[in-house]
Design a protein around this ligand. Structure first.
Ligand SMILES: Cc1cc2nc3c(=O)[nH]c(=O)nc-3n(C[C@H](O)[C@H](O)[C@H](O)COP(=O)(O)OP(=O)(O)OC[C@H]3O[C@@H](n4cnc5c(N)ncnc54)[C@H](O)[C@@H]3O)c2cc1C
Length: 453
């Protein structure tokens, strides 16, 4: 049978665009469908606008700190429409870049909602296309739980377009998106509460990191409410009253729910094609990203595994290489995936947490920890501190986990991640000359074992 395309990609986000461009570069005839915005979550309502907001929110501390360095700064004022709209202009520029990249690669772009009609046929805005292989890269979408008054909350998608900036905000959730937005709102001047039903946020991160970040957020006057949840929300005048499970309430102007995301698999026609889904609606795939229908693949957030842009991109690269080159089968290693949380100060992390290391390797670990006031704040007087932790497997001296909370932790951990992927030992860290004066040099001068585990 003759198909219109060798590969049809549904979803022009991080993973889909990479798979489409690379496959076309290998000579395949490729089309991609996009229903909402080119570049997907990361570019439009995720990593990029969020990081721009984090930059914006940090300036008030920078203005304060400047005085110890001799600067007189006129009373600083924040204008929300300027930040919001400048961010949107930058995002539009990136949308254009994505379109140009797809055009330059020779990928056909179909704007509209795509659906499968049968295992080889896709329909977009009334047009039908056939493809030998189909890639589902439709990402995810924030979900708000059912409770009375849940129509009065927003999600991270809405936070990027608020018409006015609130005086008081309550962020509900304990994942990294909740913690980041609490920092953004607080830094931009809103009185901010972070509310989470568990005992402590950032559940999958190292426990020392979680405790340390908690203390830092308290210093920044973010009110933390743990072990409680929202039962209902009522509107009182223009404000929201959150009735909580501990029988107290919180009054606030804005409620941001960041309690989870669901794979975008509704109205995709996956049932028509016979593609199996998991309990959260995610597309189930094997190690080669293949669904139960062997010519239909899925990558990125729609598979509900590690929800990070570089992971979706790498999975897209694997698809292109494996389907359209004769190079050896490429698989992504899911060990040692570094990541950052852009709370303030930032978290950077790679490898195992202490709890994971104990579980996996038993009790033969050396834990090195350090915390200190960053040099900049020795003069500014700010109370913010930096934390570092390294976990070493004693049997072979290999560094199996590194965690940091401090300015630019993400930037610093990227280099550490290279060393860990290469299997670096503690002795090799020790043999590395530091860069002085930096915070990062601490990672090559950690001499004293803080404890054995
Ligand atoms: C607030 C926030 C902050 C984040 N910050 C970070 C970060 O700092 N670092 C990081 O690595 N990751 C971050 N992420 C996660 C990251 O954005 C995602 O992991 C990544 O975008 C996933 O890429 P993807 O290709 O799987 O899906 P997406 O980028 O979501 O792309 C899917 C695309 O498919 C389109 N689509 C869906 N259904 C259809 C259909 N039927 N037809 C046509 N098109 C369709 C969607 O419109 C979308 O454009 C963040 C996410 C959020 C929400």
């Amino acid at each position: 049978m003759q198909f219109d395309y060798d590969l049809y990609v549904i979803g022009a986000g991080s993973g889909g665009v990479r798979a489409a461009r690379m496959s076309a570069g290998h000579g395949a005839r490729v089309a991609i469908a996009e229903s909402t915005y080119l570049g997907g979550t990361c570019v439009n309502v995720g990593c990029v606008p969020k990081k721009l907001f984090v930059y914006g929110s940090h300036f008030h501390e920078d203005f304060d700190d400047a005085s110890a360095y001799g600067w007189t700064v006129a009373p600083a004022q924040f204008d929300w429409p300027t930040l919001r709209d400048n961010k949107s202009v930058e995002i539009q520029r990136l949308n254009g870049i994505y379109e140009n990249m797809l055009n330059a690669a020779g990928v056909d772009l179909h704007l509209g909602h795509a659906q499968l009609v049968d295992p080889h046929t896709i329909t977009v805005e009334g047009n039908q296309y056939t493809a030998e292989r189909i890639l589902i890269a439709t990402g995810g979408w924030p979900v708000v739980p059912e409770f009375p008054g849940n129509e009065h909350v927003i999600t991270s998608n809405d936070a990027f377009h608020l018409p006015t900036f609130p005086n008081e905000v309550t962020v509900v959730g304990g994942g990294y998106i909740a913690v980041e937005f609490a920092g953004i709102f607080s830094g931009l001047g809103a009185q901010t509460t972070l509310l989470y039903r568990g005992p402590l946020f950032l559940r999958n991160f190292d426990d020392s990191v979680r405790e340390f970040v908690k203390e830092e957020l308290i210093k920044k006057n973010i009110e933390l409410r743990f072990n409680t949840n929202v039962e209902s929300i009522e509107m009182i005048a223009n404000r929201r009253r959150l009735h909580l499970t501990d029988a107290t309430h919180v009054d606030t102007d804005l409620v941001l729910y960041a309690t989870g995301r669901k794979p975008n698999t509704q109205n995709l026609g996956l049932d028509a094609a016979g593609v199996q889904l998991g309990s959260n609606g995610e597309v189930l795939v094997n190690a080669s990203y293949q669904t139960n229908i062997e010519h239909i693949y899925a990558i990125g957030d729609v598979t509900d595994r590690i929800q990070l842009t570089p992971v979706a991109i790498e999975e897209g690269m694997c698809i292109a290489n494996n389907l359209f080159t004769d190079r050896p089968h490429k698989r992504l290693s899911y060990d040692n995936i570094p990541t950052a949380v852009f709370c303030q100060p930032n978290i950077g992390t790679v490898g195992l947490t202490e709890a994971q290391a104990i579980e996996r390797h038993g009790g033969d670990l050396a834990i090195y920890e350090s915390q200190f006031r960053p040099m900049k704040h020795t003069m500014s007087g700010r109370e913010e501190r930096t934390f570092m932790k390294m976990i070493v497997r004693k049997t072979d001296d290999v560094v199996i986990g590194v965690h940091m909370v401090g300015p630019d932790a993400g930037e610093i951990l990227q280099g550490i991640a290279v060393a860990m992927v290469a299997g670096a030992t503690k002795s090799q860290f020790d043999a590395t000359v530091g860069i002085h004066p930096t915070a990062a040099e601490e990672f090559v001068t950690l001499r004293e074992i803080s404890r054995r585990a």
